[in-house]
Structure formats: C-alpha cells, structure tokens
Unconditional design. Structure first.
Length: 197
C-alpha cells in the first residue's frame, strides 16, 4: 500500500491533464464571449447607420429613386446622409388643421403660396400643385393640393400689388426643395369667406 504523497510533491499525471483541459475550455469560452460582444457591437453599429428614409407617403415610389429627397450619390452613400436627413424633415407631412384662417390683412394681398408636399415627384413649379391651381376653380385651399391630400402650405408670400412678390416666387421656385403653385391663389382677398374646406 503506497503512502500518501507529501505536500509539495509532484502531482500525478491525471491532475495536470484536467487543468490543461479546463484552461483551454476557459480560453475558448472567453474567445466565444468576446466574439459575441464584437458581433453585437457591429450589429448595433449597422442598425444605427441604416439608410435614410425619404418622405413618408407614396410608399416606395420615390425611395431610392433619383430626384427629390434622395441623396445625389445614391441612397447608400454615407457622406450624403446628413443632407438627406435634413431633406427628410422638409418632406414630412404637415397636419391639416381644421380651423379658420386669421383675419384678412388690410391693404394686403396674398401673392403666392409656397409648399413642400411630401413625396411629390416632378419638377419644381411644374405640373404638380401648379396644375391643380390652374384646373381647380378658386375658392378653396384644396386647389393648392394634389388629389387626395390635404395639407396647408408651409410658406405664404404676402405682399402688396406691384411689390415684387412674383419675382420672389420665381426665385424660390428655382430651389429643388420648393414646390410652388403656378398661379397666385389670392385666398385672403378673394376666397377667405369660403374657408379652408
Ligand atoms: N427686384 C426688383 N426690383 C425692382 N422692381 C422689381 C423687382 N422685382 C420685381 N419688380 C417689379 O415689380 C413689379 C411686379 O410686382 P409684382 O410681382 O408684385 O406684381 S403683381 O402685383 O403680383 O402683379 C414689376 O414692375 P412693372 O413691370 O412696372 O409692373 C417688376 O418689374
């Protein structure tokens, strides 16, 4: 019968083998956890840098298509994303408040309306809202809008006659993010009594 090994004696062969396996297992576990953490961080990063959404209405009609509301270099170009985000705010839908407009201005004239409807395609000042104005009889603000959409213009040009309002309208129309009406609606001086409906 063998006496028990004294303290500090050389361990048996089975003991270092189990320790070696345990160390390898720990090493593999640490590597696995590190890999999972890195993968998680990369997934979060990719989710944050996902492509911008342009517009809210119109489905995928203009999303990814060249033109209004899409970065010039394509939807996947990171350098153009900040500009696209700003444009997205410009193209967001503005709610249509159900209330009467303020009192008409004295000695004032509504010269033109500027609007930026969401998801509108086409050239600025072209056949969009401008053609609606030309075809719809005056008296309602609906004539400023495309069919099926209701929204107030985001900007209104107000000025006296011969005050240069037409020139201002034409200058603004040049901007690609401005959709201007084709004709002056004269809402406050001609159609105010009919309301917004
Ligand atoms: N920047 C600038 N400087 C000087 N004059 C200018 C400017 N922009 C427009 N105009 C003149 O303004 C006149 C047109 O004004 P409106 O567009 O307000 O006319 S309207 O009342 O809407 O029909 C029109 O004048 P008339 O040609 O005498 O009618 C324009 O020539």
């Amino acid at each position: 019968m063998a006496p028990p090994a004294p303290a500090g004696a050389h361990p048996t062969s089975a003991e270092p083998l189990s320790r070696s396996i345990f160390r390898k297992f720990l090493l593999m576990l640490c590597s696995l956890l590190t890999s999972l953490y890195v993968f998680y961080c990369l997934a979060e990063r990719c989710q944050t840098l996902s492509g911008p959404v342009v517009g809210r209405s119109g489905g995928g009609k203009e999303a990814g298509a060249p033109g209004r509301g899409v970065p010039a270099g394509g939807p996947g170009e990171p350098a153009a994303w900040p500009a696209a985000a700003r444009r997205k705010r410009l193209l967001q839908v503005q709610p249509w408040p159900r209330r009467r407009p303020p009192a008409p201005l004295e000695d004032g004239e509504v010269a033109a309306w500027e609007e930026e409807p969401p998801g509108l395609a086409g050239s600025p000042g072209g056949s969009g809202a401008g053609s609606s104005v030309a075809e719809t009889p005056p008296g309602t603000l609906a004539l400023l809008l495309d069919e099926g959409s209701k929204q107030l213009p985001q900007a209104i040009i107000i000025g006296v006659k011969k005050g240069g309002t037409r020139a201002l309208l034409e200058f603004l129309r040049v901007h690609p993010d401005v959709r201007a009406v084709g004709a002056e609606p004269h809402f406050f001086d001609r159609s105010y009594d009919k309301g917004l409906a």
